[in-house]
Write a protein that binds this ligand. Structure first.
Ligand SMILES: [Fe+2]
Length: 270
């Protein structure tokens, strides 16, 4: 397939990433800084072990996949919310998560960005029906279409242990013919698109960037191990916002000097 982009303008890696994203609306790739991922996971492990008050905790390498052995489903949400609070209060996290995908975010989103203020941690225990996220597009609930999600996993994800999404072309077919689907439940739309969705294969050490306008969600985790993921949104700082605004929901991540100077410029009084 010829590239959509111009390799003479973009370098080869950049052109490939842009090309793939324009075709599918998502990309899975190895993290750009494995140490940052290890640091985020260690912090999460320490906080989880503390919150669960485990006397003899398993080593970090066994903990996440086997969380079903340590977390009772009835306490799952409380534990999850406690860990989200810890993620939100760690001032190093914005830089750590950003470093996982700095180049890719720059190529896909831009070099002046806003980052979501709060981290959303998902824990999908095997067979747990309480953490299902029905098929949806984030653009239906106040996010603008100018945003991507960085989806970071702390375990190997595949099949129903992972999430699914509908790639861009199929997604556009559904959206452009939405009258047909508008009266259906999320479950009914899912059965219509089930054979076209992609279950993301994400080995530990990889992350996903996807456009949250793609229909996506998860089902009951029918695999034997638990899934732990964090999702975090990024957008071009000066691109349109919907209900999720700069300040409350997003904060500036990178602002270039000329934007600061331009923003502060006042027309001289004559
Ligand atoms: Fe979503």
């Amino acid at each position: 397939m010829p590239l959509v982009t111009e390799p003479t303008i973009y370098n080869a890696d950049e052109a490939n990433v842009i090309d793939q994203f324009l075709k599918t609306g998502y990309i899975i790739f190895p993290v750009e800084d494995l140490n940052s991922l290890a640091k985020i996971r260690s912090n999460l492990y320490e906080n989880a072990v503390k919150a669960l008050e485990l006397d003899s905790p398993p080593p970090e390498s066994d903990f996440f996949d086997n969380a079903q052995k340590f977390i009772l489903p009835e306490y799952l949400n409380e534990i999850r919310l406690g860990l989200i609070d810890k993620l939100n209060k760690n001032p190093d996290n914005a830089a750590l998560f950003y470093s996982l995908a700095k180049n890719h975010l720059g190529w896909i989103v831009g070099n002046e960005m806003a980052i979501q203020r709060s981290y959303n941690l998902g824990i999908q225990l095997p067979k747990d029906s309480s953490s299902i996220l029905p098929l949806h597009s984030d653009v239906w609930s106040g996010n603008s279409p100018y945003e991507v999600v960085l989806w970071t996993s702390f375990v190997d994800c595949h099949k129903t242990k992972s999430m699914y999404l509908l790639p861009l072309k199929e997604n556009q077919k559904i959206i452009s013919n939405f009258q047909k689907y508008s009266s259906m439940t999320a479950e009914e739309i899912f059965s219509e698109v089930e054979d076209k969705v992609v279950w993301l294969e994400v080995p530990y050490g990889h992350v996903v960037i996807f456009w949250h306008g793609l229909l996506h969600g998860n089902r009951i985790n029918e695999e034997e191990k638990s899934r732990w993921t964090v999702n975090l949104r990024f957008k071009g700082l000066l691109t349109p916002y919907h209900a999720k605004e700069l300040g409350e929901y997003f904060m500036p991540l990178t602002i270039r000097p000329i934007t600061r100077i331009g923003y502060q410029y006042k027309k001289p009084k004559i």
